[in-house]
Design a protein around this ligand. Structure first.
Ligand code: ADP
Ligand code: MG
Length: 239
């Protein structure tokens, strides 16, 4: 069953077509990776899915409901949550308070304290709960942000470059974290560059290039596709 259906979605910014007639299905329960060169339109597609931009054309279905005209808040209430590419933790507030803000009014009282602690432990941040978020390492800030997105217990978690700036060990740990949410039934759509990480987590992969779907399949199918190697992997290996 599909959880997200992007149908013929286009997004223009003035004369630039950032996303062009894209069809994408995310199946309920899968980890799906979106890859492609810089400027391919990956972050724009994420923002279209959560409703931060209206599409210029096309429609977006979430859980069989057309949400194209819905505001981001309404989509979050339906069960979407996003960690955007640009970091957005509250650096001047303690780690614990960042989690509290993200929990909002989903839970209260004792249940809230328990949920707060569960998330801090899951993220490996319990010992740092009293530190200012800005004092965490870059990788820990990324985890905190993932935790804030998770606090809503979304059905669909969108992660835009969650491992940017992480060490290989932190990246691996992030992959295991994503697999653990997925094992509990969460559907995850991830934009990622690191192929080892994609191999660790992805069940299906979609390649975006110049705003269009360029290829889709298993990671092995993608890696064996010569045209993909030309547009994407060739460039990646070059730097
Ligand atoms: P990716 O995440 O794949 O690197 P983006 O979705 O960020 O790509 O960007 C796709 C294209 O759209 C780029 O050319 C980018 O400059 C442009 N773009 C993205 N957001 C905006 C915006 N808010 N206004 C104008 N152009 C944008
Ligand atoms: Mg991006």
């Amino acid at each position: 069953m599909s959880l997200v259906e992007v149908k013929g979605v286009t997004k223009r910014f003035g004369g630039l077509t950032a996303v062009s007639d894209v069809d994408l299905t995310v199946k309920a329960g899968e980890v799906h990776c979106l890859i492609g060169p810089n400027g391919a339109g990956k972050s724009t597609l994420f923002k279209l899915i959560v409703g931060l931009f209206p599409p210029s054309a096309g429609s977006i279905l979430f859980d069989q409901v057309d949400v194209t005209a819905e505001r981001p808040f309404a989509r979050v209430q339906r069960g979407m949550s996003i960690k955007m590419q640009a970091p957005s933790v509250f650096k001047e507030l303690p780690v614990r308070q960042n989690i509290q803000i993200a929990l909002q009014d989903r839970v209260s009282g004792a249940e809230r304290a328990a949920e707060e602690q569960r998330l801090l432990e899951l993220l490996g941040l319990a010992a740092d709960a009293g530190k200012m978020a800005g004092a965490l390492s870059h990788g820990q800030q990324q985890w905190l942000e993932i935790g804030m997105a998770l606090a809503l217990r979304p059905q669909l978690l969108l992660l835009d470059e969650p491992t940017a700036g992480m060490s290989p060990e932190e990246t691996y740990k992030t992959g295991e974290l994503i697999k653990s949410f997925n094992a509990e039934g969460m559907t995850v759509l991830v934009v990622e560059h690191d192929m080892a990480f994609v191999r660790q987590i992805a069940q299906r992969v979609t390649v975006l290039h110049l705003g269009k779907i360029f290829a889709r399949g298993s990671l092995d199918e993608i890696l064996n596709d010569e045209q993909v190697a030309e547009i994407y992997l060739g460039k990646t290996h070059a730097h």
